[in-house]
Design a protein around this ligand. Structure first.
Ligand SMILES: Cc1cc2nc3c(=O)[nH]c(=O)nc-3n(C[C@H](O)[C@H](O)[C@H](O)COP(=O)(O)O)c2cc1C
Length: 364
């Protein structure tokens, strides 16, 4: 007998009890209708992970308003009644198959590549994003320079997140995850070189994480205690894979410390390799730092498809739950296979994504 924690135990995040500690990471599919409604094909897609044993599924990022939040054409949304009704089919089917499901809520910020509601993009400051639009989501060329968001528009963004969270709750989701990672709006505020504001949302690290904190608190106030709320945080961005927080552990202490007091039930941390030191050659992983300073359960993500690596994150107490992106796409039944000692398939981009997809695009 061993008292080591394994991937196959239960855990309660907020008000949600998971059957095991393995989740599907949020993954944009751009397979909804042009009106942002999920299709029957997506019901099957999400249900197959539940049948394959995953305890938790976090959906792709959904846009939260009919202004500046849509990031890709054919992305799903959660602002209209029809969109919520369509998602309810996914939720019911996933629940019937025995898994829990959280909806990820996303505001594109400067990184929108396709928004049927607006031509321009909004960001903390008018800084043109690094890099090029993502070809796997059918973008090409540089990103446009965004317009600086006004104080009134910041309030509208918060209201959009709240409205979206309430809709997700009505659709029967077990919780929501705020997309605070990968360069989109909230991470744009957090990131020093994209946030050049001189008001209370810019400057110090505490100021730069303020919008994520305000969104989290506003959602908590609106949905009550019984609905699970988390946030996703990263250093890297889809258009800047190697970005690191300049203040290193001091930044981590402020960011996770602030988020830990914002009414959240968990923090989901994503790094290229979840177990590697966050800043220098040695030192703690970002997940461990989130645990150390956040004081709430931590979900870790990043190349954890090897069951041994995934198990070690749990055993070492660096994370409470792990999520898989590419590993889950290659093995919708990763959990069942690992339980039964069956071999796992290797992720092949050409099989599961768009034909022209470049592997570099998945490195966050
Ligand atoms: C096709 C694809 C779509 C993704 N879409 C999202 C998304 O909507 N929201 C998000 O937070 N991360 C997104 N990601 C990042 C994944 O959630 C995950 O962090 C990344 O794939 C690294 O984990 P992995 O090494 O297990 O694949 C996406 C990744 C892929 C491959």
């Amino acid at each position: 007998m061993t008292d080591k924690k394994t991937l196959f135990e239960t855990i309660t995040l907020g008000n949600t009890t998971l059957d095991n500690l393995v989740g599907v990471a949020p993954m944009t599919r751009i397979s909804a209708t042009p009106e942002g409604e999920v299709t029957d094909q997506m019901v099957s897609y999400y249900t197959s992970f539940a049948r394959g044993g995953f305890g938790l599924i976090i959906t792709e990022g959904n846009y939260i308003d009919d202004m500046y939040s849509q990031t890709y054409f054919d992305q799903s949304g959660i602002i209209f009644e029809e969109q919520a009704q369509a998602w309810k089919k996914v939720v019911d089917s996933v629940h019937q198959a025995g898994a829990k499901i959280f909806m990820q809520l996303q505001h594109s910020g400067a990184l929108s590549q396709g928004n049927r509601f607006a031509q321009e993009t909004l960001a903390p400051s008018a800084v043109q994003p690094k890099g090029e639009q993502l070809a796997m989501y059918l973008g090409e060329g540089p990103f446009p320079t965004p317009r600086e968001v006004t104080k009134e528009e910041i309030q509208a963004v918060i209201a959009g997140f709240v409205h979206a969270a309430k809709n997700a709750k009505l659709a029967g989701f077990d919780g929501i995850e705020i997309h605070g990672a990968n360069g989109y709006l909230l991470d744009g505020f957090l990131t020093d070189y994209t946030n050049q504001r001189t008001d209370e949302y810019g400057g110090s690290t505490k100021n730069r994480v303020r919008l994520s904190v305000e969104v989290s608190k506003a959602i908590r106030e609106a949905v009550g205690k019984e609905f699970t709320i988390g946030i996703r945080i990263s250093q890297a961005k889809v258009n800047d894979y190697t970005h690191k927080w300049a203040g290193k552990e001091q930044d981590a202490a402020i960011i996770f410390g602030q988020l830990g007091q914002a009414g959240l039930d968990y923090i989901h941390v994503t790094e290229y390799k979840a177990w590697e030191p966050a800043f220098d050659k040695s030192g703690q992983s970002l997940a461990s730092l989130a645990k150390k300073y956040g004081g709430v359960p931590v979900i870790a993500n990043g190349h954890l498809e090897d069951p041994q690596k995934a198990g070690e994150m749990i055993e070492n107490g660096e994370a409470d739950v792990i999520t898989l992106g590419k590993g889950a796409l290659a093995n919708h039944d990763w959990v069942n296979k690992v339980k039964n000692g069956e071999p796992l398939a290797t992720f092949k981009p050409e099989e599961v994504l768009r034909p022209n997809a470049k592997i570099k695009e998945f490195e966050v």
